[in-house]
Design a protein around this ligand. Structure first.
Ligand code: NAP
Length: 475
């Protein structure tokens, strides 16, 4: 019996194209082929940059950009289930989490539409200096130029939305390279933008060898900004090579949370169990390291472990599943090796620590030393460490004991402690009595240290994607 595989095409200059070569997209859960997408290379990437440059030669007014963005938000609402199923099938994301991501992308488009309508410069108070007397000046916010966007596998829809929606709001055309493992949500989003009336060339989507397409984006001078979300090594290497362009990096984290003894332990245990393992820990702000004040340590574990053990691990398509597979065999092998390393260094595995087929069971590790990889590097898997501390200063030092700095959290009833932590935790965001996995799409979101250089969230991304031009008038 003939089996038909879903075949997708790439979007270049408003045309849906094939290249004659294909990349298979497989389910991380079953290994079955979900679809195939054309494999593009440097030639297609150059054509895409040509198309983007041409598109920008005929600027779209802000009201048209906003209308397209609003329309896409509407289509995402109408096709919510299909969108969630696409995310789930290619990323192995449980349907519960895939639906949340699909809904969040609507919010990202809605906020981007607002930004398109209010994009404006500032008045400059010229007579505030003697030199400016008799002059009027204001700034214009101009689109920065063609944007190269590179996105990761773990939020294949909403992290693409966080690049292409603000880019359109800012008036910039985009060449997008989504992760090879998860290109389908990005292509679906491109289809929705196309249907919403986006003229040719404003969005071009290519899948194929990352280094080859990445090299074109780095080397082509017409690409003025590369916006990259992904791993730290790849991101920083891109930035080094693209010294003359703006490179916005959204990278990893090894997310810490401090739980003070005065915290509501039930609330902390519930939120941290849910946010350490959702999408198998493959969120850049998945809870990874929990530091509990010694007096509350046993009480916290008594509450936390049963909640972790109640999580359903298995098939992401199953409505009850909380924890699905990690993205591929290499990731699974690496994560289990890190668990073994912690065990060999004297840590105790309180729960999980092994895999059932493609799914790693939710794993809780106690007493991992500071230099174990699970204590300082990004696990990006369903593994959480729990450790006791005595003094608050020690907790801050432990939380900061990583090269990363994206988000961190604290649970406490003492507002002064919370504000002290907010000042001293070296992260781009600090949550109080909320898991640091929390993100609303209008927030400024991004890291310090090795976690990156930028802030996403439409209002902040639009700032990055535009340049200020000063206009001075002699009166
Ligand atoms: P990754 O391996 O770095 O891949 C990210 C993207 O970069 C993919 O599209 C990949 O393409 C591409 N890429 C790889 N090598 C490249 C090169 N030499 N030149 C240009 N592009 C290249 O990351 P991932 O495994 O997909 O995602 C996980 C990482 O992303 C984690 O570290 C996570 O913390 C981070 N992340 C950060 C945020 C944030 O907002 N801060 C959000 C989500 C994820 P291929 O797929 O074709 O290799």
């Amino acid at each position: 019996m003939a089996v038909t595989t879903l075949e997708k095409r790439l979007l270049v200059g408003g045309e849906w194209v094939e290249t004659g070569e294909w990349i298979e997209v497989r389910s991380p859960y079953s290994g079955d082929i979900v679809a195939r997408v054309p494999k593009a290379g440097a030639d297609e990437a150059r054509r895409a940059v040509d198309a983007a440059e041409q598109a920008m030669a005929d600027p779209l007014p802000a009201h048209k950009r906003a209308e397209i963005l609003v329309r896409v938000a509407g289509y995402l609402g109408k096709r919510h289930e299909e969108v969630a199923q696409t995310i789930s099938a290619e990323a192995g994301k449980p349907m519960k989490a895939a639906r949340v991501e699909a809904a969040r992308a609507m919010s990202t488009y809605t906020f981007a539409a607002v930004e398109a309508r209010k994009l404006a410069g500032d008045m400059v108070p010229m007579d505030a200096s003697q030199a400016g007397e008799g002059k009027l000046a204001f700034t214009l916010r101009r689109p920065i130029g063609v944007i190269g966007a590179i996105s990761p596998f773990n939020f294949p829809l909403n992290l693409v939305a966080h690049k292409i929606a603000p880019a359109l709001a800012a008036g910039c055309a985009v060449v997008l390279k989504p992760a090879s493992q998860t290109p389908l949500s990005a292509l679906l989003l491109a289809e929705l933008e196309h249907e919403a009336g986006l003229p040719p060339g404003w969005l071009n989507v290519l899948t194929g060898p990352a280094a080859e397409i990445g090299d074109v984006l780095v080397e082509d001078e017409r690409v003025k900004l590369i916006t990259f979300t992904g791993s730290s090594g790849v991101g920083w290497a891109l930035r080094e090579r693209a010294a003359r362009k703006k490179v916005a990096l959204e990278l990893g984290n090894a997310t810490p949370v401090i739980v003070e003894a005065d915290a509501d332990l039930d609330e902390a245990a519930t939120k941290l169990a849910a946010n350490g393992f959702s999408f198998a820990g493959q969120s850049c702000i998945s809870v990874q390291r929990i530091y509990v004040q010694r007096d509350a340590y046993d009480g916290f574990l008594e509450r936390f472990l049963p909640r972790v053990e109640a999580l359903q691990a298995g098939d992401p398509a199953d409505e009850d599943t909380d924890v699905g597979p990690v993205i591929d065999d290499d990731a699974r092998k690496r994560i289990l090796e890190w668990v073994e390393e912690a065990r060999a260094l004297g840590a105790e595995v309180l729960s999980g620590g092994d895999a059932d087929g493609s799914v790693i069971r939710p794993t809780v590790i106690a007493g991992a030393p500071k230099d174990a990889k699970v204590s300082c590097e990004e696990v990006f898997g369903p593994v959480v460490t729990v450790s006791a501390y005595d003094a608050f200063d020690e907790a801050i030092e432990l939380a900061n004991g990583t090269r990363y700095g994206l988000q961190a959290g604290i649970f406490t009833a003492d507002v002064r402690r919370a504000l002290d932590a907010a000042q001293r935790l070296e992260f781009g965001g600090v949550t109080v009595n909320e898991a640091p996995t929390f993100r609303a799409d209008q927030m400024p979101y991004g890291g310090v240290k090795d976690s990156g250089t930028t802030r996403e969230g439409p209002a902040y991304a639009v700032r990055e994607m535009t340049e200020e031009r000063i206009v001075v008038l002699q009166l």
